[in-house]
Design a protein around this ligand. Structure first.
Ligand code: ZN
Length: 622
């Protein structure tokens, strides 16, 4: 079953009357499946930032309920605050966390906008990734004129809302909704109390860069002299080159340093469309989607780089950390650790774990807890405060609590042996497949870095990646199989008084049975992939691992065979002949393919084993 998590971060134009904010957040938490993570009111801004997460459908519903409630309880006509705003719900971005793309989040924003426009009759603007034109992607441009200028703005055909009427609603204003990437607030800690040290490195990292200087007398950049553009002399901020014209410098920055000079200058409030002679020269920073400053934190007695990463898929925290470690060393400093403020998506931390495992010459495809632990240790995330994975990481893989898989091996075997029908063959088939995947992963990971050819290396890495995924999926299937009949059993308890009730009950029972077929079919399909991974790992793996790979292969086959048997027995009560025939055909084809693979791989493995046994006596004679 796919695991999807989206974050929603609406900003409401009320930061002082917490009772009214409570009415809004109550509307959010009333939607089942939504988890409220944070409510952050600001009195000066008179604005509250709310964060909640869940699967896409409930999050979309909760967002709508929040916008609706805010339109009822807040009144923009009497709102004042230090932050720019245009409506009661001012902005409402959707943010991908796990199993969902940015484009799918933009679609959620469009759905919210359409419904708000239609049901609440409010004007709605889309921004960032959901924007209807490039001009509207920038929030500041969309919000220009704010609430006070909204009535006029709506009269301008150029600013017709994306949804809803072009009619001013004095109480609620307008909604701005869209999609953006997850923002990671990330601090890097130095072994120094000097804020200037942290600032010096932060300015090298951030996209905005820093005022360019030349003639440094120490490792600290700020010891140099400031540069300014002059007519006929346009110095490069990133090297010693001087261009004769601004156009020449633009080309140089693009070709030699890979950045757009106009963008860098505009980030520093310089309009390159006008004459730049007399203006300060800027040096571009190392990372895009990166904002950074230095500060001193009294609680830790240390200086930190305080960083916002607005697209971790392009600029991940570990890349920024490694650049900082290098620059710190150049300046005689040490990075003692780093800190995630708030939450981090699972994929961001998993990506960091894989990066460091590769650096350490280890396979990056290891069990999820090992992967995350490696990231936490490598990045020093527990340096200044404890890092609790369950509390800090969003979108962790689905984990069962109090499931069969939580039992010890002895308890599980005893449980199977009791005179209760469940857990039965379906759960054991899934467990066999999971164990097979574990062995395939082991064989692949042992071979990593020791294979004969680059092709073998790629094959074992692929096998390790697949096996880890299949193992986690099949472990969940151990319990899923035992629960597969729940839907059918619930349907059986439905009332059967009238003919209509009887028909409804029968239809629900048939749906439940089809679900009970899908679970073992998913197990059988995954087990076939386990066999393929074990085969791949055996072919590219070490000779000493041949028998482990063979056991993995056989366990995969046992799981596959078991899954198919469970599909077939559950088909007998299904009254849809097309469904039954289709499933039988799929089972027969999968079994054929699996048998061919099994025979071939066993012949290969047995052949290798025989070869090893033949060589043995000759070795002893030497
Ligand atoms: Zn240059």
């Amino acid at each position: 079953m796919s695991h999807r998590v989206v974050e929603c971060v609406p900003n409401f134009s009320e930061g002082r009357d917490l009772a009214r904010i409570k009415v809004i957040t109550d509307a959010i938490t009333a939607v089942p499946g939504v988890r409220l993570l944070d409510v952050d009111p600001g009195a000066d801004t008179n604005r509250t930032v709310v964060t909640f997460v869940g699967a896409p459908e409930p999050v979309l519903e909760a967002a709508f309920q929040a916008v609706k409630t805010a339109a009822q309880v807040l009144d923009m006509a009497s709102h004042h605050g230090a932050h720019p705003r245009m409506g009661a719900t001012d902005v409402c971005p959707f943010v991908p966390v796990e199993g969902i793309t940015l484009e799918e989040c933009a679609e959620l924003a469009r759905q919210l906008g359409e419904r708000v426009g239609r049901e609440l009759e409010l004007p709605v603007y889309l921004y960032e990734k959901a924007a209807s034109s490039p001009e509207r992607s920038n929030l500041a441009v969309v919000r220009k004129g704010e609430y006070e200028g909204l009535a006029e703005k709506l009269k301008d055909p150029h600013w017709a809302p994306d949804y809803g009427p072009a009619r001013f609603n004095p109480k609620a204003g307008a909604l701005i909704t869209g999609a953006r990437e997850f923002l990671i607030a990330y601090n890097i800690t130095l072994n120094s109390r000097d804020k200037a040290h942290a600032t010096d490195i932060a300015f090298e990292l951030r996209e905005k860069g820093r005022v360019a200087r030349r003639g440094q007398t120490s490792p600290f950049y700020s010891s140099g002299k400031e540069l300014r553009y002059a007519e006929g002399c346009y110095p490069c901020g990133n090297c010693g080159f001087d261009a004769a014209s601004f156009a020449g410098l633009e080309a140089h920055c693009r070709d030699q340093h890979g950045y757009e000079l106009r963008r860098l200058l505009s980030l520093n409030d310089i309009d390159a469309g006008k004459e730049v002679a007399g203006q300060k020269v800027y040096k571009a920073g190392l990372f895009t989607y990166c904002k950074a400053i230095g500060w001193y934190v009294d609680t830790y007695k240390r200086a930190q780089l305080s960083i916002n990463l607005t697209n971790y898929k392009v600029t991940p925290p570990q890349a920024v950390l490694e650049a900082t470690r290098k620059m710190a060393a150049d300046r005689g400093l040490v990075v003692t650790g780093s800190e995630i403020v708030g939450l981090v998506p699972f994929q961001a931390l998993a990506q960091a774990g894989r990066f460091y495992l590769k650096q350490q010459g280890k396979s990056p495809f290891v069990p999820v807890p090992d992967l995350l632990e490696n990231a936490v240790f490598s990045m020093g995330l527990a340096d200044v405060a404890p890092f609790e994975i369950d509390k800090k990481v969003l979108g962790l893989p689905r984990k069962l609590e109090h499931g069969l898989v939580d039992l010890t091996s002895v308890e599980l075997v005893d449980e199977v042996s009791r005179d209760t029908p469940a857990p039965g063959g379906g759960s054991i088939a899934a467990l066999a497949g999971a164990l097979g995947a574990g062995l395939a992963s082991m064989v692949a990971n042992l071979a990593q870095g020791k294979t004969r050819t680059p092709q073998d290396e790629a094959a074992v890495l692929d096998a390790a990646e697949q096996s880890q995924r299949l193992k986690d999926l099949l472990i969940l299937a151990v319990d899923d199989d035992t629960n597969a009949f729940n839907g059918y059993m619930e349907a059986r308890r439905l009332p059967q008084g009238t003919a209509g009730e009887k028909a409804a009950r029968e239809a629900a029972m048939q749906e439940g049975l089809k679900r009970a077929v899908e679970v073992p079919w998913a197990t059988a399909s995954a087990c076939f992939e386990v066999m393929r991974a074990a085969d791949l790992a055996m072919a590219g793996g070490l000779a000493a691992s041949i028998t482990d790979a063979l056991v993995g292969l056989q366990m995969g086959f046992a799981g596959l065979r078991g899954g198919i048997w469970n599909v077939l027995i559950n088909l007998k009560d299904i009254t849809d002949p097309a469904f039954t025939a289709d499933m039988q055909g799929r089972c027969a084809r999968l079994l054929d393919e699996a048998q061919v693979l099994l025979e071939r791989a066993m012949a290969y493995g047995d052949g290798k084993l025989a070869g090893m046994l033949e060589k043995k006596p000759r070795k002893e004679q030497k």
